[in-house]
Design a protein. Sequence first.
Length: 242
Amino acid sequence: MNKSLNIALIGYGKMGKELEKLAKERGHQVVLIIDAPDDWTDADLSLADVALEFTTPETAVRNILRCFENGLPVVSGTTGWLDQYESVKQQGIDLDQSLFFASNFSISVNIFFIINRILAKLMNNQPDYTVDIEEIHHTTKLDSPSGTAIVLANDIVQNMEHLDAWSKQKSSGNELEIRSVREENVPGTHIVTYESSFDQIQIHHTAKTRKGFALGAILAAEWLHGRKGMFEMKDLLNLNEY
């Protein structure tokens, strides 16, 4: 059985509330909730064993660095700030701190990432097919495209020689288009489509609730406890060979 953890929740929106509920179900305690700038004033991070950070692209970096400064391991699922990821990661390494980051904590999505990479490699020598991505999320999602869609797109571009980049508005045959759709009450759907004039190959992942994301984040927190370094879902799930 995993050790009972004292958890600091940084961000208390829908995901934060789901994390709180599931953490308690798994025998952990939420000892601190930070949901607004003023909440940091009297926040005692020393009470916690690990922080779960699910906030906004504008605040995520500062939140993570605050955890580093206080020696608190942090699990972050905030997307939209990945242009700063390498800098944050290096600061964590320099300070000998712990960060577990994932653009998507769903276990099945991380398996979906592997399927996507394998399919891209197989389709690399099939010039009759075009490829695109569609992602559908709830209307309150702040970043577009989603972090998950960007991971899918980057993996496709890396494995298909005729593609140079992804784009929200395709302007050339060397770009992979990501279409973003926002609808009420959609936790997250991602669809990768390869299409020719005679047939279509499609893989897709549909989340039914936020619970799958929350479970992955709690599992990451349990796994991170007692470890030092920078980690991803492939470490937790032993998927490094892929």
